[in-house]
Unconditional design. Structure first.
Length: 310
């Protein structure tokens, strides 16, 4: 079992985080992955008893990509280094991975103290929008999409392709778990705001825009039939709406008085047809990828079992 802590300039809080998690999970190995910190975060973490490693490409997604590729474990617990998540919830999260055989445990802040503790109202609004968007588009009930406090199984980590570079990585994890029918559970945790002097690295507007863009990108990738079907329907409605007056006039007079409109309607309808069949083709490709993923999941599960039996 390992505890993974991605860090960027968390010198004011990292010692408390490492100490707290060593206390509640003394059998776990704690890894702090330093992401170009300039305030001595790495040395403080090392003195507190953590194994310190480095990722020099900036961005939380890059750090998680490095962590997941380098470390093998039966259970992975990931937590931010800002001391906003309680260590006391860790044993329950780990037990759900090891005992219940869940694939991802979500530390749910939004169902407890997040909206009272967090002093940034746009963060509150953004979290609510992201949660509603994903649970509506992907038909699921993950309570906290953006939380940095999660536990993972070996098979989740080794089948998760990290594509995001920054804070949108949590959104990508959640959608991956939903799409691949992973066993996900929510654990309600208490949230406390950052201590004085500790600053968030999250930019409310730019990172929020990246998250929303990621949701739409992944929706296009994982639900191509719906995505391109909606585009096709909108284009077909527009084409029909402009074509009907032209056709009505033709029936009445026997002449087409608006040739430019008729031509544009034709091209828009062709675009609708192309969009529809693009969705059909991509949906077929997606289904083949799902089949390949299931075979990869069997391989990874067997690989983990062999490692445990050694």
């Amino acid at each position: 079992m390992v505890i993974l802590i991605p860090c960027y300039n968390e010198s004011k809080t990292i010692e408390n985080v490492v100490t707290d998690f060593r206390r509640v999970l003394p059998e776990a190995t704690i890894y702090v992955y330093d992401n170009n910190s300039a305030d001595g975060t790495d040395e403080i973490a090392r003195k507190a008893g953590a194994v310190v490693r480095y990722e020099h490409q900036q961005g939380k997604g890059n750090v998680i990509r490095r962590m997941f590729s380098e470390i093998d474990a039966e259970c992975y617990l990931m937590v931010d280094g800002d001391d906003t998540y309680p260590a006391e919830a860790a044993p329950e999260m780990v037990e759900k991975i090891l005992g219940d055989r869940a694939d991802m445990i979500v530390g749910d802040r939004l169902s407890s103290t997040y909206f009272e503790e967090n002093k940034r109202p746009f963060h509150n609004f953004g979290n609510s929008i992201v949660r509603w968007s994903i649970n509506t588009l992907f038909k699921n009930d993950i309570k906290d999409i953006m939380t940095g406090y999660r536990a993972f199984s070996y098979r989740f980590v080794k089948t998760f392709s990290v594509l995001s570079k920054g804070f949108e990585i949590e959104t990508e994890m959640s959608i991956h778990a939903i799409d691949k029918n992973m066993f996900v559970e929510n654990v309600i945790i208490d949230y406390r705001d950052r201590p004085a002097g500790s600053e968030s690295k999250l930019n409310t507007y730019s990172d929020g825009f990246k998250v929303l863009k990621t949701i739409m990108r992944l929706f296009r990738t994982y639900r191509p039939g719906v995505f391109f079907g909606v585009i096709a329907a909108v284009l077909a409605i527009i084409s029909a709406a402009f074509f009907i007056p032209v056709f009505t006039a033709f029936k009445r007079t026997g002449e087409v008085a608006q040739f430019p409109t008729l031509i544009v309607c034709g091209f828009v309808m062709i675009a609708a047809i192309i969009s529809y069949f693009a969705g059909v083709v991509l949906k077929t490709i997606y289904q083949k990828n799902r089949q390949d993923f299931e075979m990869d999941l069997y391989r990874v599960t067997s690989e983990m079992q062999m490692k445990m039996d050694r």
